[in-house]
Design a protein around this ligand. Sequence first.
Ligand SMILES: Cc1cc2nc3c(=O)[nH]c(=O)nc-3n(C[C@H](O)[C@H](O)[C@H](O)COP(=O)(O)OP(=O)(O)OC[C@H]3O[C@@H](n4cnc5c(N)ncnc54)[C@H](O)[C@@H]3O)c2cc1C
Length: 398
Amino acid sequence: MDAQGVPLSAAHGPVDVLVIGGGIVGLGAAYAAHRRGLSVAVVERQQRATGASIRNFGHLCVTPQTGQALAYGTVARELWRQLAAEAGLWLRETGTVVAARHPDELALIAALRRERETAGRPGEVVELGADEVRRLTGITAPELQGGALLPRDLQADPREAVPAVTAHLQAQGVRFHLRTAVTGIRSADGGVRVETTRGPLSAGTVVVAVGHDIDQLLPELAESADVQRCTLDMLRVAMPAAVRLEAPVLTGWSLIRYGAFASLPEAAPVRARLHGDRPDLAAIDLNQMYTQRPDGTLLVGDTHARDISPSPFQTEVAADLMLAETQALFGAAPRVIERWQGVYASGRGDYLVAEPQPGVHVAVVTTGIGMTTGLGLAEATISRVFGPAPALSHEGTS
Ligand SMILES: Cc1cc2nc3c(=O)[nH]c(=O)nc-3n(C[C@H](O)[C@H](O)[C@H](O)COP(=O)(O)OP(=O)(O)OC[C@H]3O[C@@H](n4cnc5c(N)ncnc54)[C@H](O)[C@@H]3O)c2cc1C
């Protein structure tokens, strides 16, 4: 039934593409299908999406990716810019600042700079002196050695982006079935029938973009791909006005996670030193990083713990450590405004892409880079079925 009590199948005929999940990947699939002139509906079980896509840093960190993630991230970067122009999203094209506090981190940065230059991608990693990093971030830590600017990276405001893209797609005629959960999917007669808590829907093609909830909707597929839930502790804090981040800030703890840095031989000594010196931070699997929201508050994170059924209880030990590290870096005490737990899918590779039944396409990012790459994954999913999209109107402007 819809909100008026009418069964969905009676109120709404079949669509070309039905997307399950209204996070960034689902919205990306809806946008990709709409751009090809297809009829599209999105089924989202919440009144508004409250999953990973609004709980994150909004850091669109393309340069630190490698392989498939870099390819998706490169496409997603242009889609973010297009969506910002169309939907009026807040999007900063200020890059990322890496703050290095040890010579081995500088060496790792230099190694990626050389690798990108050799690959014919000069200018993607620009080494910075300590004074420049201080100027761009307000960092005061005396051990700061220098760092880098990754100029191609972007920043969105995660709390604003998903609602704004949803409203934009609604205004373009994409149908949203909110507070409606999908309970089953079955291919039949050249189409797909989708059972929901408000009745059945049908479509030619279905995109399953439910993030970590893939383990509930398609449990056998999730099990076969070793999908677990990764839980992350996050904080939003107020800092003195001197702490102004001209761009998102990564630290050495970030460099040993993101593929492009982490896969280089120069990452090994960084990892060994950080884990040796700070087993307490290694134990919470810290990625010490920061973004500043348009209101000036800082998003601080994050910890990582993987489980099939994670504990909902956030230990204060993790928050205390993150706050102490923030104070040490910026030389000022953060005041906590909000705390929350984020969840994303974690699997063997970076993506779970599958067609478990004819016409049913699963698109799940199985590591913490869905804001950066999810629009690219979604575009590739629709492109596989319907072919290339028309050119973006802003293409060629950077
Ligand atoms: C704390 C944190 C920080 C992060 N930081 C970054 C970052 O800075 N940069 C970056 O690139 N990535 C980051 N990530 C990762 C990124 O947020 C995720 O990879 C991405 O948002 C996943 O998007 P999604 O659309 O697949 O999932 P989600 O945003 O979780 O959306 C899935 C949607 O599906 C809906 N749904 C589920 N089951 C059903 C059903 N049966 N029927 C109908 N609807 C259903 C849910 O309600 C949900 O709205 C972070 C993640 C977290 C948690």
